[in-house]
Design a protein around this ligand. Sequence first.
Ligand code: BG6
Length: 494
Amino acid sequence: MDPFTHASRFSWQELFCREQKGAMCRFIIFGASGDLAKRKLFPALFSLYKEDLLHKDTLISCCARHSFSTETFRNYLSETLFHSPLSELEKSFLQKISYMVLDYANIEDFSLLAKHLLTEKEKNLPFIFYFALPSPIYPSTVENLYKTGLLCEEQGKRRIIFEKPFGFDLASAIALNTFLKKFLIEKQIYRIDHYLGKETVQNIFLLRFANRIFEPLWNRKYVEEIQISALETLGVEKRASYFDRAGILRDMFQNHLLEMLALATMEMPEIFTPDAVRNEKYKLLSSIRKIAFSDAVRAQYENYTKEENIPENSRTETFAALRLFIDNKRWKNVPIYLRAGKKLGIQKTQINIIFKEIDHSIFPGIDKKDLQRNILHLYIQPREGLGLTLEAKKQGPKLCMGALTLSYDYPFSGNKKSGILDAYARLLLDCLNEDQTLFIRSDIIERSWLLYQTLLDHWEADKFTPIPQYKQGSRGPVEADILLRKNGSFWYDY
Ligand code: BG6
């Protein structure tokens, strides 16, 4: 039975349960022959198309250095996205796509692009540029768009979606923001973090702010600690050179983990609008205490340095765990643990809100410490849903009790069911409809780099302390467990 049977008891709920179709635009993808476009962007665009959420006249212009013609690029997409024979829908989607070879440093190529896009018929359309590019080439690409009139809003609205990583450190993120401000206003800039498009990450807003029962408990008086884990079984795969420069702190903590933390701990915005939400996120990030080096663990999986394209002497971390504190009234001294790693034994992203033990046990012979703590589990992926662990009576003798987890799993994950958009499709649709709630504002990106910068510098400067190793397929390094023992705790791996 669908547990949401009451969802349609009011007509306004029906209204909110319908996706708003994307406004008409011209979509331009830079980096169209790359891995991200293949794995995420085209499937997302196709799912919008399939769900009739792309305006029927939306066209997709693809650009990259790779030499394809429109026809060969369509063939490549048809092989990578679909199975033959193609359905009529798949064929008509491919017809929307054109391809142009483009060198991002060459202004002539942008002039050709401008000629292609700024036709009498189309120049007044909104343009959305998707930068699936390495961030060092963002500035020259923006400048070339500007110089060839492609950012001029006198004709139609112009937006740019920037993939992560946005910058490589605090200084480069500030420099990039400052540079972009010369050409664009914040409303045109969509810094994407696909975690914000995940169904269960968005659910944090609803769970916290559309229910009565959580908010009164959501503070230092009742919460013992918060744990956020993003554990992956995959290694660096084909992204070795990027990953080895970045490391897990830049790759997962600066963005995904911090965004989840912000949603889970920020104050209630006065209203659910992009700026009200992002103002609260910014305030929250500003209240995070400087990370103590002793509260940070890094490690590398065994044989990482034997992976293709990884230098033999690499000290890049593939795992990290941190203890953070938020210095505000709500969270003062509540430890918040973050952990992420590659090549672990389990694939799981989850937030656990762990409540304090009860004040006093009335049950003879049972100490309050022996009772299960209440835990609210937010299952982000691959499981998507939520759970609440309670101490409860088992059937049978009077004081027979045990831990009981009430849980709900969304029946369909990602875009496996028509009508449910995956994270990228969600965010593309939001951008089409000019909703920036789930995109990162410039002050937030800078604040998040600021939080990690000292630690990044510290790790980089340290050329000798051995980096702990962990076995592939394991739970990660023992140092991550020791970090929690400081507070007499452990990772709640359920
Ligand atoms: C990306 C990181 O942003 O997120 C990857 O660069 C990571 O290293 C990926 O694997 C995880 O995303 P997801 O949606 O698979 O959890």
